[in-house]
Design a protein around this ligand. Structure first.
Ligand SMILES: Cc1ncc(COP(=O)(O)O)c(C=O)c1O
Length: 374
């Protein structure tokens, strides 16, 4: 339970790491147990089962020890050969990240949809696949956390499938807060991480692969050692699931607790709460004179809101003012660095937290505009 004996705790309204609820924090403080025991296997199995509905899949969810990029890198290393071609949707920092990881492994990347102020256009992806007929896969970011876009993974997956390419989706800032339907959408690889909608500390990532993706792992020749997905699958599908090497035991306890909390609240209720958070932030921000920063985006993620500070107001001063009220929001990034402000409202963030943040935002803005009346 929260205690309010002194000043209110720092409210993390950042798009990851997000607030870790007390139950999850305490799950990480349990006495250590050994990762080769039946007790631990049961916890690991519980955690992985609890993640399935969040990905919308019946397939195995694989733990990848590392933050989100470890699962992205695993996807690349396990599916391709040097010289393979992919199409990367780059309408944000994390879309471009897929491209950079693939190039580092010697994969040839065709970048499309590079405008941060537009949703990924499935027709543009299709045109690239018609031009480059040897492309093996398309990468896309579901929610690009730096712009707040919610790219249409389902539509891009359909295009990829129609041209015989695999679809790799980054759900790091969406899975658990936004509907994700791995099986129904025909996604081939989806990844997420512990520190956003999963309400846990950073350090554990997850990947799901389709049968087509597993098939590709059989002919892939890029080096894979620590991030060997077939190796991880072999361990987690044992009657008593384990992982290769040492498992980050405490983090598994924590994510298990988080997915239990999500199941108790009800996945649909959790997703609806994210929608409500987003609606409140956006309505109240608009009333205060903020604009949506990426004004060209059509589909916005309910997990993060990227605002442009009103004319003549320094966003850094806004963030400092919020920080003095014990509320942390993030700065803009890329083209939105100068005037931007990013508010994360994902994971454990509840309507009262959103209310407190938007009240404070109004006060800070008032003070900055009329310092004398401060
Ligand atoms: C959408 C998205 N993709 C990838 C990453 C990178 O993951 P990590 O920093 O956990 O390695 C992040 C992290 O913020 C993200 O938001």
């Amino acid at each position: 339970m929260h205690t309010h004996c002194h000043s209110e705790p720092l409210l993390l309204m950042t798009p990851g790491p997000s607030r870790v609820p007390d139950r999850v924090r305490e799950a990480g403080a349990r006495p250590m147990i050994h990762h080769r025991t039946p007790e631990f296997s049961a916890v690991l199995a519980d955690m992985l089962a609890g993640l399935r509905p969040l990905f919308g899949t019946k397939a195995d969810v694989l733990p990848v020890h590392g933050t989100g990029r470890a699962a992205m890198e695993a996807a690349v290393a396990n599916l391709f050969c040097a010289g393979d071609e992919i199409v990367a949707c780059c309408n944000g920092k994390f879309g471009a990240m897929w491209a950079g990881i693939a190039e580092a492994y010697g994969v040839v990347v065709h970048r499309v949809c590079t405008d941060w102020n537009r949703d990924v256009d499935p027709d543009e992806v299709d045109a690239a696949l018609r031009t480059h007929t040897g492309v093996r896969a398309v990468t896309v970011t579901h929610c690009d956390t730096q712009t707040g876009v919610l790219n249409d993974v389902e539509a891009v997956a359909a295009v990829a499938r129609s041209r015989g390419a695999l679809l790799l989706a980054d759900g790091i800032s969406s899975v658990g807060g936004v509907p994700f339907r791995f099986d129904d959408w025909g996604v081939d690889v989806a990844v997420t991480a512990s520190q956003k909608c999963l309400m846990s500390p950073p350090g554990l990532a997850f990947a799901v692969l389709s049968d087509r993706a597993w098939e590709a792992t059989r002919t892939a020749t890029l080096p894979r050692v620590y991030l060997n997905l077939p190796g991880i699958r072999e361990f987690v599908t044992r009657p008593r699931p384990q992982t290769p090497g040492t498992t980050p035991v405490s983090l598994v306890f924590q994510v298990r607790e988080a997915v239990t909390m999500i199941a108790e609240e009800g996945v649909e209720n959790v997703l609806a709460r994210h929608q409500e958070n987003a609606r409140t932030v956006r309505q109240r921000a608009a009333a205060l004179g903020f604009a949506m920063h990426a004004s060209g985006l059509r589909r916005l993620s309910p997990t993060v809101t990227v605002l442009r500070a009103p004319e003549g107001v320094d966003p850094q001063a806004i963030r400092d003012g919020l920080r003095r009220q014990n509320i942390l929001v993030a700065a803009g990034d890329g083209p939105f660095k100068a005037a931007g402000l990013r508010i994360g409202h994902l994971g454990d963030i509840r309507p009262p937290d959103v209310g407190r943040t938007m009240d404070a935002l109004g006060e800070v803005l008032h003070q900055l505009r009329e310092p004398a009346s401060g």
